[in-house]
Design a binder for this molecule. Structure first.
Ligand code: FAD
Length: 621
């Protein structure tokens, strides 16, 4: 690290947002410095050892399509892979990898250390240096000031972090790590809009003290799924099973009897917790009629005995944690290696950011990850990719990169955050995307790799592989359209009993695939069909089968695009627009939408208000 150097981009924080931000910036050729508390904790998974899952794998694949690191690291560290929702439609299928924490960290660190244009430096950042509303660098705890054209803040749960175990609390960014108090203080002093959120994690358990015979076993899928478009099964380490057990009436009684010693229920914690990843005490009170809750017992890695009991995150006192865990089948003699805890931390109101994840108030400053009110590694990496890319673009004097809701889950995530803000930790779901059929995990490369290549994010190896795949896909679609099955052929006779209405005349394989009851496995007996790469066969099938729906969604998007191109000035005085209600005026002033379409997505902003805005724009324009 050179203290007298002017960096293009400084990224603060080496978590999931920071690593993908720094890598994206460096891949684009920007001179990038990643400053983080500890080089040992680069890529650390603070909570569950898993990557992907519903909604989240879409983000991972999108980051991967832009040559980001998360999916590749998951392939190298994944000790169990499954495709969730595999029997449902292609829009909601999601790959999930159980990861070995140590292997995951090693994979991330190795990519970071070998990335050209990227320098790593271990130091707490205590302050942002801001001159005339522009960030010009960061001040380190050891007193040094480092200068940069742009800065990306990715401090996760560390800003003024407080850890709670029962009614005891201590300052910390996560268990074993110091908080970022000075930085939190200077951010508040600077007048950023700041809120408090909380999240929690379960106790960890020693596998040698667990009776697995009382649990159900859950194996990964065969053949083993792969996370990265560049990955292969050969990248995976040894695969291991997970187990399933559940809480019971006794567990719930113990938890209820101790609620007054929970920091959340006794009012010690102000921050709002994640609705979709609630603590066990939350579940027991919110779903009081449920007699049990499932617990996925997940190995933390191949070289440790520690287990992660997914589903019983808690901030109850340690004696209560011990008692309720011992009431669970298989955990009667469980030895706890680490207590569960909740953490409360500062986050910055994401409505103060634009769609490039840049600050609306401090030029050159970008924010990504948990600091923006999200939860989850995948949400963090997705924002990191976008923020890092935009920070590099700005430093190079180039236009920013924005992703629409119709292009990527990253676009949905960012638009939700900057338009609606968030009052609770935000996590991604497929239901948040209105154009789901277009935004599948299987086609993330088709949606993003060309764009990312043009930005300088995608290396030659991925670009070559992507082009090969596109050629193969086009060839397969052609083959399906041009291969005919005659109504009186042996193949038709074999197919007919499996069709709702038997074939009466010749049909192409594509025609057959358009029938709801036919999938590619049914056509496997037709010459050449069984030799096609399964990934290509799947994508060709989806594109042919759902072509009608895909066209309809594409037409809807074209209509919406018209409002997307109507820009709203950031300094528009909404109070001067006659006819806008006080409520709408307040909401528009709080969010300061960049386009008419974004304004229309703010809850409570009515079509009538949008018409008034249009009239106002026409008058001034
Ligand atoms: P982090 O991964 O937190 O990384 C932040 C990085 O910044 C760290 O390396 C830190 O050392 C560094 N840093 C911070 N401040 C400074 C500074 N001033 N100077 C230098 N470096 C700094 N997610 C879920 O999806 N589900 C869950 O159930 C869940 N539970 C969680 C429970 C706990 C207790 C915690 C701590 C997190 C939990 N998470 C959960 C969240 C998940 O860990 C985060 O969403 C994810 O790690 C966010 O990534 P990030 O890069 O934004 O931040």
């Amino acid at each position: 690290m050179n203290p007298n150097h002017l960096y293009d981009v400084i990224v603060v924080g080496g978590g999931h947002a920071g690593t993908d931000a720094a890598l994206a910036s460096a891949r684009m050729g920007a001179d990038t410095l990643l400053v983080t508390h500890s080089i040992e904790t680069l890529g650390q998974m603070s909570c569950n050892p898993a990557i992907g899952g519903i909604g989240k794998s879409h983000l991972v694949r999108e980051v991967d399509a832009c040559d980001g690191v998360m999916a590749k690291a998951a392939d190298q560290a994944g000790i169990q892979f499954r495709v969730l929702n595999s029997r449902k439609g292609p829009a909601v299928r999601a790959t999930r990898a159980q990861a070995d924490r140590i292997l995951y960290r090693a994979a991330i660190r190795s990519v970071l250390e070998n990335q050209p244009n990227l320098t790593l430096f271990q130091q707490p950042v205590d302050e942002l240096v801001i001159e005339n509303d522009r960030v010009t660098g960061v001040r380190l705890a050891m007193g040094l000031t480092l200068r940069a054209k742009t800065v990306v803040l990715t401090t996760g749960t560390f800003l003024a972090g407080v850890i709670h175990i029962g009614l005891n609390n201590l300052q910390g960014g996560r268990a074993g790590d110091m908080p970022a108090n000075s930085l939190a203080h200077t951010i508040r002093e600077r007048g950023f809009r700041v809120g408090r959120l909380k999240t929690g994690t379960p106790a960890r358990i020693d596998a040698r003290s667990v009776d697995f015979s009382k649990m159900d076993v859950q194996h990964g899928d065969t053949p083993t799924p792969v996370m990265s478009f560049m990955g292969s099964r050969d990248d995976h380490p040894r695969q291991v099973p997970c187990y399933i057990t559940q809480t019971n009436a006794k567990t719930h009684d113990i938890i209820r009897a101790n609620l007054d010693r929970s920091p959340m229920f006794s009012g010690v914690i102000d921050g709002v917790g994640p609705r979709y990843c609630p603590s066990i005490e939350d579940k027991v009170t919110r779903f009081a009629d449920k007699e049990s809750h499932q617990i996925f017992v997940e190995p933390e890695g191949l070289t440790t005995h520690e287990l992660y009991p997914n589903g019983i995150s808690t901030s109850l006192p340690f004696d209560t944690q011990l008692e309720f865990i011992h009431s669970i089948a298989g955990f009667e003699h469980a030895h706890i290696t680490r207590p569960g805890y909740a953490i409360e931390y500062d986050y910055l109101d994401p409505r103060d950011l634009n769609h490039r994840l840049g600050s609306k108030h401090v030029a050159g400053l970008y924010c990504a990850g948990q600091i923006n009110g999200t939860t989850g590694y995948e949400e963090a990496a997705a924002q990191g990719l976008l923020a890092g890319t935009n920070a590099a673009l700005e430093a190079m004097g180039k236009d920013g990169w924005v992703l629409g809701r119709d292009q990527a889950y990253i676009g949905v995530l960012v638009d939700d955050l900057v338009t609606l803000g968030t009052a609770e930790p935000y996590r991604m779901f497929t239901s948040r995307a209105e154009h789901r059929l277009l935004l599948r995990e299987d086609n993330a490369d088709q949606r993003l790799t060309s764009q990312a290549r043009a930005l300088g994010l995608v290396g030659d190896a991925r670009w070559a592989r992507f082009n090969c795949k596109m050629d193969a896909l086009a060839g397969e679609k052609r083959r399906l359209e041009q291969t005919w099955v005659q109504a009186d052929s042996v193949q038709a006779q074999w197919l007919n009993p499996q069709l709702k209405t038997p074939m009466t005349r010749e049909a192409s394989l594509a025609d057959l695939l358009r029938r709801p009851e036919v999938d590619r496995t049914l056509l496997a007996g037709i010459p050449d069909t069984d030799t096609i790469d399964p990934e290509i066969a799947l994508q060709a099938e989806i594109e042919i089968k759902y072509a009608g729906y895909i066209e309809r969604q594409t037409a809807e998007i074209a209509k919406l695009k018209r409002n997307e191109s109507v820009a709203l000035p950031l300094d528009l005085d909404y109070s001067a627009i006659k006819g806008l209600s006080n409520e709408v005026c307040q909401k528009l002033s709080d969010t300061r939408p960049e386009t008419l379409a974004q304004a229309a997505r703010i809850p409570g902003v009515t079509p009538a208000a949008i018409s008034l805005l249009l009239v106002r724009l026409k008058k001034s324009g």
